[in-house]
Ligand binder design. Sequence first.
Ligand code: NAD
Length: 485
Amino acid sequence: MNGLTKSTRMLIGGELVESEGGAWMDAINPATEDVIGRFPAGNDRDVAKAVDAADRAWPQWNAMGVAARAEAMRNFGRKILERADELLEVEVRDTGNTIAPMRGDVKHGVASIDYYAGLGYELKGETIPATPDNLHFTVREPYGVVARIVPFNHPVMFATARTAGALMAGNAVVVKPPETASLSALILSEIAREALPPGVFNIVTGTGAGVGAPLVRHPAVKRIAFIGSAGTGMAIQRMAAEVAVKHVTLELGGKNPMIVFPDVDPQSIIASAIAGMNFSWQGQSCGSTSRLLLHESIYDEVVAGLVERINAIRVGDPMDETSQMGAINSKVQYDKVLNYIEMAKREGATLLAGGQRPTGPGFEKGFWVRPTLFGDVTQDMRIANEEVFGPLLSVMKWSTFDQALEIANAVDLGLTASIWTNNIDDALGAARRVRAGYVWINSVGPHYPAMNYGGYKNSGTGREEGLEEMLSYTEQKVYNIALRR
Ligand code: NAD
């Protein structure tokens, strides 16, 4: 075994521990299929211990007050940065994502910790003039224990950026990392142990069934924050509702449209359509604009340019700074992508680029797929409706404004949308009608600081990344005080 990290334990109640059951899981490098480490296969007893530890820790953490919590969190962020290179290498080898853009993940996680550390004084309530003879006001209180379940595409970023709001609000967290990319969580365990009081930040590694489900079902976990697929999100809502009334937020998948109007220069759109696919993480991004909706007048020219550019994408070793696309994260995900490619061909879509493994040295093993372009995709095809979460771009043709919006809104998901035109009426009209939570006009891809991110329809419930996320980790208590003089 080529052990990539010496870290092998998860964090429960301030202690670095193995699983109570003594079981382990292998971490696989998707580019080589080598075993690069192992991590504890946690179970329901580990979850119970972590939740108990969090439940004991949060009252004191909350009582420290905003300034002291913010300082502890900023210290956590500084310590993460000290080990940024190590985290980056582990994350790249464990996820298959390319190294150059992945540099942003650790930085973004720490920036988000700093952002929420600075927002603490916004944990405020309201005074309400409900009656003249009472003083009416509200205060915000933490839920207590927050479960944070993380997907495989950006594990360390989500485990840091998407726990910061909960921590700042005075909660303790139990993080469940993705089982196909858990190694960075073991390093994070060591860092959190040094930086935060025992029990405030816990990490339990393992499978969805072994760790995720017992965490969702634990009666002391009132607040569940999930990032992952729509199917798992619905299962979590069901499981949670079987046990208790819980506050569940879901950040789920996308089948996002990029709508291009006829006034746009066809050549100028090609690079943006590729950028919108996030090929540097093999298209494995919830926000990827995997449906390119082109007006019929520019369809041929854009598609011809796309074929050329997509065929030129350098797929290769994720650790190589010049690679533009790496390996699919796991065998399961790889098989799913290949399955969608075959399905799209059977359904009558035209394969224009990619569609198979790259060949030659470096590709003998590993979960590789060339970036893939399908043309002539129509709404009746599954490829037009279902999230692949892989490097598959589908191009569809439209002729009228209404038809473009009909296609854009024809799917069950509604996370992001990107609209390209120089006509303000078309731009704002399309933005108003599209059923998606995050809209770009004449750009695609970036998440902006403090801007709420989240989906319509089956893409989720709740919003993250802004003030609202932090407030969503609080409950409101109402005070009514009789004024007797
Ligand atoms: P997934 O749903 O398979 O797994 C996500 C996490 O849930 C993993 O940690 C997994 O172990 C856990 N899990 C699985 N079954 C569970 C269960 N029954 N109970 C509790 N936890 C369980 O998703 P994935 O394949 O890791 O990630 C890809 C998905 O995530 C895509 O659909 C993508 O669009 C979505 N995603 C959404 C966002 C967003 O912000 N909206 C961001 C990134 C990824």
